[in-house]
Design a protein around this ligand. Sequence first.
Ligand SMILES: *[C@@H]1O[C@H](CO)[C@@H](O)[C@H](O)[C@H]1NC(C)=O
Ligand SMILES: *[C@@H]1O[C@H](CO)[C@@H](O)[C@H](O)[C@H]1NC(C)=O
Ligand SMILES: *[C@@H]1O[C@H](CO)[C@@H](O)[C@H](O)[C@H]1NC(C)=O
Ligand SMILES: *[C@@H]1O[C@H](CO)[C@@H](O)[C@H](O)[C@H]1NC(C)=O
Ligand SMILES: *[C@@H]1O[C@H](CO)[C@@H](O)[C@H](O)[C@H]1NC(C)=O
Ligand SMILES: *[C@@H]1O[C@H](CO)[C@@H](O)[C@H](O)[C@H]1NC(C)=O
Ligand SMILES: *[C@@H]1O[C@H](CO)[C@@H](O)[C@H](O)[C@H]1NC(C)=O
Ligand SMILES: *[C@@H]1O[C@H](CO)[C@@H](O)[C@H](O)[C@H]1NC(C)=O
Ligand SMILES: *[C@@H]1O[C@H](CO)[C@@H](O)[C@H](O)[C@H]1NC(C)=O
Ligand SMILES: *[C@@H]1O[C@H](CO)[C@@H](O)[C@H](O)[C@H]1NC(C)=O
Ligand SMILES: *[C@@H]1O[C@H](CO)[C@@H](O)[C@H](O)[C@H]1NC(C)=O
Ligand SMILES: *[C@@H]1O[C@H](CO)[C@@H](O)[C@H](O)[C@H]1NC(C)=O
Length: 535
Amino acid sequence: MAAGGRAREPRVLLCLGALLARWVAAGLEAVVVGEVHENVTLHCGDTSGPRGPVTWYRNDSETVFLLSSDPSLRPVEPRFSLVNGSSLHIGALGLQDEGGYTCHQGLNGTRRFSVQLKVASGPDQIEVNISATGWLPNGTRYTTRGSQVDFSCSSGSQPPPVVEWSFRTPSISESFGKNLSVNCFTLLLMSPNLQGNYTCVAKNLLSGRQREVTTELLVYWPPPSVPRCSAEIPSGSLALQLMCRWEGGYPHPTFLWTEEPGGAVVGKSELGVELLNLSQLSDGKTFKCVGSHIVGPESGASCVVQIRGPSVLSEPMKTCFVGGNVTLTCQVTGAYPFAKIQWLRNLSQPKVVIHPDSHYLITQNGQSSTLTVQNCSRDLDEGYYVCRAENPAGVRAVDIWLSVKEPLNIGGIVGTIVSLLLLGLALVLGLILYYSPMFCWKVGSTFRGQDRGDVMVLVDSEEEEEEEEDAAAEEEEEEPNETEELPKERHKHGHIHRVTALVNGNLEQMGNGLRDLQDDISEQESDIVQDDRPV
Ligand SMILES: *[C@@H]1O[C@H](CO)[C@@H](O)[C@H](O)[C@H]1NC(C)=O
Ligand SMILES: *[C@@H]1O[C@H](CO)[C@@H](O)[C@H](O)[C@H]1NC(C)=O
Ligand SMILES: *[C@@H]1O[C@H](CO)[C@@H](O)[C@H](O)[C@H]1NC(C)=O
Ligand SMILES: *[C@@H]1O[C@H](CO)[C@@H](O)[C@H](O)[C@H]1NC(C)=O
Ligand SMILES: *[C@@H]1O[C@H](CO)[C@@H](O)[C@H](O)[C@H]1NC(C)=O
Ligand SMILES: *[C@@H]1O[C@H](CO)[C@@H](O)[C@H](O)[C@H]1NC(C)=O
Ligand SMILES: *[C@@H]1O[C@H](CO)[C@@H](O)[C@H](O)[C@H]1NC(C)=O
Ligand SMILES: *[C@@H]1O[C@H](CO)[C@@H](O)[C@H](O)[C@H]1NC(C)=O
Ligand SMILES: *[C@@H]1O[C@H](CO)[C@@H](O)[C@H](O)[C@H]1NC(C)=O
Ligand SMILES: *[C@@H]1O[C@H](CO)[C@@H](O)[C@H](O)[C@H]1NC(C)=O
Ligand SMILES: *[C@@H]1O[C@H](CO)[C@@H](O)[C@H](O)[C@H]1NC(C)=O
Ligand SMILES: *[C@@H]1O[C@H](CO)[C@@H](O)[C@H](O)[C@H]1NC(C)=O
């Protein structure tokens, strides 16, 4: 099949060639194509030198004389002239010139030759209409991803042109098909791979003349999320860096940073990054970033950052035993951007920044920092420590008092507690014996009970104070004074109340007082048990 098809083609061409040759030999017809406004030369057969006078006629429905080599006969129009003795030259062709021409050559016009002149016109103009979203300032068209785009191309020519759309990117070249005069098509869902150059070509098949229009079409899409604002201090810099991120769109959006309220412009850029002089900052200052994308929301998309100074939280006092370790913690809150946290000692002026070494261990987790002092010594380590947090909106510092104590003798503490318990027990037994029902009458008739009661209460409160002092010494963490003061006062008040009961000599109240006292002692016992724990 394929071999046969190939073999047939040259035979067809051969036949055509033979036909043309016969036409020419017989003086029948040739076809010449000219274009409007141009010149054309029609030859009278094969022009191998002059062979007698020549006369040219227009030969359509009727035959009209055009010109002759006889000088006495003038050409009908100056556009017609004779060149090389026998050829007809037609200047400034028009569409009306299309048709049949005949030359008669020889003294008595024996040789005749016909020429068919075809006049082609255009295409001069080509109209391309792309229903895309808009024009960039440089004239490039763009559309939105997912949108529908209609392409149409039309052109006029004589005869009607073939109009063809094609699409080209650096890697793809594709044709969308041919049609006569008008060619339209629609792309329904524009996608990034349809971004490229769209070319419409209109070609006059008669003259081979063609025109084309290439339109670059870009496919844009906005970022899918909302912008995110942040602020930070680049390391080693003395400026605040505002950053606005709004990614995922094409092309890149532009960003406008303003100060709020008021809207004073900080800067406009494609990166969304602005550096601010730290001197322009204050606590609570707000900055707004508006991201604008060519196919995004018309008013843009925005986010804000507020610059806030730090607050610092820490325990006011810590205790460390000689040779032991202690960890001071410092929690920074509310700082934006994050604060730089430093530990300082104020043994000397100015305060000295503590750097981690074998003695000091500093760990930072987010905005929380700890300082561990290892192998505490009273001379070196007791004193004020400062936790200092700084960001562009402010500086805050807290002082922490570290007291260094000798480790307590555990045997001594246990001994003290045991002897206190025994003392308490003896006291209770003594009371029960003294106020047993047998001696009730004595209490009612004398003031001795009041005296005894006073002494008893005083002893009791002394013990209590001693115990509390011991407890304070045992505690690793010293509590602030206010909270320590309150419970002591309440205890004292309770004793005064019991004394009053004894003075009145009311036996029932006295019994209650005793029960209170017993309760009190058991409370103290449980306190002591609790205090025992850190040892
Ligand atoms: C016009 O052309 C036809 C053939 O195309 C021919 O037969 C006829 O003789 C021609 N007329 C003149 C006047 O040459
Ligand atoms: C006239 O003839 C010469 C030589 O034969 C040729 O070079 C020239 O192109 C001809 N001119 C025209 C207008 O046909
Ligand atoms: C066409 O012919 C005219 C004379 O008839 C001449 O002046 C002109 O230069 C020619 N134009 C072209 C394009 O050959
Ligand atoms: C011209 O035509 C006549 C008859 O019509 C003929 O006798 C003569 O030979 C011809 N002349 C030429 C040069 O062909
Ligand atoms: C382009 O096409 C759109 C719709 O397809 C139509 O509304 C608009 O008039 C056309 N513009 C031109 C200049 O043909
Ligand atoms: C026009 O601008 C767009 C975006 O800046 C660019 O991609 C395109 O190449 C430009 N076109 C021309 C013709 O400069
Ligand atoms: C081709 O042209 C015809 C007539 O002008 C029109 O009806 C048809 O829609 C065209 N086809 C394309 C693909 O443009
Ligand atoms: C469109 O063609 C121009 C010029 O050839 C080229 O610079 C540009 O990159 C092409 N655009 C695309 C999207 O391929
Ligand atoms: C920061 O601001 C101060 C005073 O407003 C100015 O003197 C200084 O040059 C500014 N520095 C920078 C880096 O803009
Ligand atoms: C103190 O910390 C160091 C290092 O973490 C450790 O080796 C040492 O045993 C600790 N000392 C005490 C008393 O906990
Ligand atoms: C250390 O700081 C405390 C609290 O700010 C202060 O009272 C004390 O005078 C300071 N000591 C020195 C040596 O600066
Ligand atoms: C702890 O410090 C004392 C003196 O301050 C030193 O003699 C001792 O070697 C230190 N212990 C450790 C484990 O570093």
